[in-house]
Design a protein around this ligand. Structure first.
Ligand code: GLU
Length: 335
C-alpha cells in the first residue's frame, strides 16, 4: 500500500485528470441512452450530461476516486464479461467455444448476424453471444442461474447488496424486441436452446444491476488480480479463466472501436450503453470510468479520453516497452 503522502498525491492527480476531461469536444457526444427511452440526442440531455466519475483500485487494495464515483448506473453490456467468466467456469473453454466464438464481428453489438460457418454468435461481447452465454450458466431454472450470476457479481464488486433495479429491468424487457428477435433467430438456427423469454429475462436482469464507478473499478481490479478481490480477498472465479476473459475483452470489448482501442490504449476493457468503461491492467490495477455521453461508436466520450490519458502517461499498453512503464520505473500513478 502507498504511504499516506503518495496516496494523497495520486488522488490529487486523479482529480486533476477528472477536471481536465470535463469539457467534451464539440460534436463528440452523439447520443445518450436510457432504459425504456433508448438513444436520445444531446440536446435532450439533463443532469446526465454532467455526470462523470473516475475510480482506480490497485491490486494491493489502494482506492482512488474522483467525481460522482458513488453514483449508481446499470452495468448493461459490462455484465457480459462476468457472465462469460461464469459460463467458462461451469463448462470449460472447449465446450463454451462450441457455442460462442471469440472473433471480433465487425458488426454492431446488436446486429442480427452470426458466424454461420461455425453456427454460433461471433463472440460473447455482442448481444447474440451474451444471450447464449446466459443460457449456458448452470442452474436448475432461470432464478437459480441468475442467483449464481448475482453472487458472482457481488464477489467481484465486494458488495453484498448488488441487486437488480426493477424499473431498469422492466423498461429493458418492454423495449427488447431486437434482442428478442436475435434470440428467436438463434433458436430457429439451433444456436440457442433455452426459451426465448427466459433467456432474455436472464440476460436483461444482469444488464439491470446498478454499480457505482468505485465498484466497477473494484471489479476490474479483481480481474487484474487473478480474480481475487483486492479489497475482500475473496476469489470470484478460478485464476486460469482470467486469461480467456481478458483476451475477449481485448479484442471485442469496445464495440466497433475495439481495434483502435487495442492499438491506442492497449488494455483489455469493456464499455456499456450506460456510459461505463471498465479497464483491466493485469497485475496492476482496475480502472472504472462513468460518463453517459456516448461517441459515434457507443463508448463514453470522457471514458475513452480518461483511459487514453492514464494508459499513455503510465505506459500501460500491454505491448509497451519496459522503459515506457511508469510503474516499473517506480513512479506509480503520480508520475
Ligand atoms: N441492455 C442493453 C442491450 O442489450 C445493453 C447494451 C450495451 O450496453 O451495449 O441492448
Amino acid at each position: 500500500m502507498p504511504s499516506p503522502e503518495t496516496h494523497a498525491r495520486i488522488q490529487a492527480r486523479l482529480r486533476e485528470l477528472h477536471e481536465r476531461c470535463v469539457p467534451e469536444a464539440p460534436g463528440s457526444v452523439q447520443h445518450y441512452y436510457a432504459s425504456g427511452r433508448g438513444y436520445y440526442a444531446p440536446a435532450e440531455a439533463g443532469v446526465e450530461a454532467q455526470q462523470f466519475a473516475i475510480s482506480v483500485v490497485t491490486v494491493d487494495g489502494a482506492v482512488y476516486e474522483a467525481g460522482d464515483s458513488r453514483l449508481p448506473f446499470p452495468l448493461h453490456s459490462i455484465s457480459k464479461v462476468f457472465a462469460y467468466g461464469l459460463a467458462l467456469t461451469d463448462h470449460g473453454p472447449e465446450r463454451v467455444l462450441e457455442r460462442v466464438g471469440v472473433e471480433p464481428s465487425g458488426d454492431a453489438f446488436n446486429a442480427l448476424r452470426f458466424d454461420e460457418r461455425n453456427r454460433r454468435p461471433y463472440n460473447p461481447m455482442v448481444n447474440a453471444g451474451a444471450l447464449v452465454v446466459s443460457d449456458l450458466v448452470r442452474g436448475d431454472d432461470a432464478d437459480e442461474q441468475f442467483a449464481r450470476i448475482l453472487a458472482m457479481l457481488r464477489c467481484y464488486a465486494g458488495h453484498d447488496d448488488l441487486t437488480v433495479d426493477a424499473a431498469t429491468f422492466e423498461a429493458e424487457v418492454r423495449t427488447a424486441d431486437r434482442n428478442r428477435g436475435t434470440a428467436y433467430l438463434m433458436r430457429s438456427l439451433g444456436m440457442l436452446e433455452g426459451e426465448v423469454e427466459t433467456v432474455l429475462g436472464l440476460y436483461l436482469r444482469q444488464c439491470s444491476v446498478p454499480v457505482t464507478c468505485a465498484a466497477l473499478a473494484t471489479m476490474a481490479a479483481t480481474l487484474a488480480n487473478g480474480c481475487v478481490n483486492p479489497l475482500t480477498g475473496v476469489s470470484a472465479m478460478p485464476r486460469k479463466r482470467v486469461r480467456d476473459v481478458l483476451s475477449v475483452m481485448h479484442t471485442c470489448g469496445m464495440y466497433d472501436y475495439a481495434g483502435s482501442w487495442a492499438f491506442e490504449v492497449g488494455v483489455p476493457a469493456k464499455s456499456s450503453v450506460s456510459g461505463g468503461i471498465m479497464a483491466v491492467i493485469p497485475g496492476k490495477m482496475g480502472i472504472g470510468v462513468f460518463s453517459p455521453g456516448l461517441d459515434v461508436y457507443g463508448n463514453s466520450v470522457r471514458g475513452v479520453r480518461v483511459c487514453k490519458e492514464i494508459s499513455e502517461r503510465l505506459g500501460l499498453h500491454v505491448f509497451a516497452t519496459e522503459a515506457e512503464d511508469a510503474l516499473l520505473r517506480g513512479a506509480p500513478l503520480s508520475a
